[in-house]
Design a protein around this ligand. Structure first.
Ligand code: ZN
Length: 290
């Protein structure tokens, strides 16, 4: 099942690549779920069970052509947002750190930086703006001290995320801080929709990557995560309580601009495409600050 946020309203997505159709969850369910997408996560287990009784024909009756310009982040107003660093060995290497033995470093991206999948992003003046394609997990159940084996069943779904990062403000002395440098407007595009784990042949092994104007800059597989999704969410839940709709950026593979020799950052006029196998693609265009 694929669920999109269409201007704040939850919608099923179905049909083929580039010709997707959508049907509002509230319409298909006769008002039982939705219309707000957040209301669907709040009752995720009940919703997921009900959705197993649906047929594509049942959705077709309420369907319309999907307009990607109306898409927002699949979970646009989570109670909590977590983002992990250094969760791929080759990226830890290029960042000059030892790979983590315990839970990787975690920070937040403030939700004012959230956007849908297709956007124009303003490059802050004087900044060095970098790319980080990431698998994003959306939580489907309240979790505390969950074991790894129980995690996938408690995940609502997966989506594509870009952890866009301004390195000057992130790394400025006296101590690096991640939240602000990664939370300029539009710095957390996500989408194009949520895909439930059962749709994927192996949700622990997905190819992901991104390209600038068609040139591949990152390519990896989520099977190379040092802490795969079950261990990551379990580890996080041993400290905090996770809530339905919470958003977790799981870390980026190698190939970011700050780790290159010479370093490279996004320039006005450049376009970034970020994708994950079986989920979809994000499209960001970058412009100079006025
Ligand atoms: Zn990141």
């Amino acid at each position: 099942m694929r669920i999109a946020n269409l201007q704040g309203r939850g919608a099923f997505v179905f049909g083929n690549d580039g010709a997707e159709r959508a049907a509002e969850v509230a319409a298909v369910s006769g008002g039982r779920f939705g219309p707000d997408v957040a209301q669907i996560y709040a009752k995720w287990d009940e919703f997921k069970h009900w959705a197993t009784t649906l047929t594509e024909a049942g959705m077709q009756a309420h369907s319309f052509q999907l307009d990607r310009t109306l898409l927002g982040a699949p979970s646009p107003a989570p109670r909590q947002v977590f983002a992990f660093g250094l969760n791929y060995r080759a990226h830890a290497d290029e960042s000059g750190f030892e790979p983590p033995e315990h839970l990787p470093p975690v920070f937040t991206k403030y939700i004012s930086s959230f956007s849908g999948p297709d956007t124009t992003v303003v490059l802050p003046a004087g900044g060095n703006v970098d790319w980080e394609v990431e698998l994003v997990v959306i939580i489907g159940r309240e979790l505390h001290r969950v074991e790894p084996g129980a995690v996938w069943d408690a995940v609502a779904g997966l989506t594509v995320g870009q952890d866009i990062s301004e390195r000057v403000s992130q790394l400025r002395p006296p101590a690096p801080q991640f939240g602000l440098g990664k939370s300029f407007p539009g710095f957390s595009p996500q989408g194009p929709w949520l895909v439930t784990p059962d749709e994927l042949a192996n949700p622990d092994d997905l190819e992901l990557g991104c390209s600038i104007d068609g040139e591949d800059v990152q390519k990896g597989r989520t099977s190379d995560l040092i802490f795969p999704v079950p261990q990551l969410i379990s580890g996080l839940s041993h400290t905090v309580t996770l809530y339905p709709g919470d958003v977790v950026f799981t870390g980026t593979p190698a190939g970011v601009g700050v780790g290159r020799e010479p370093q490279r950052f996004l320039q006005p006029g450049e376009s970034l495409s970020s994708w994950i196998e079986g989920i979809g693609t994000l499209h960001q265009k970058f412009v100079a600050a006025k």
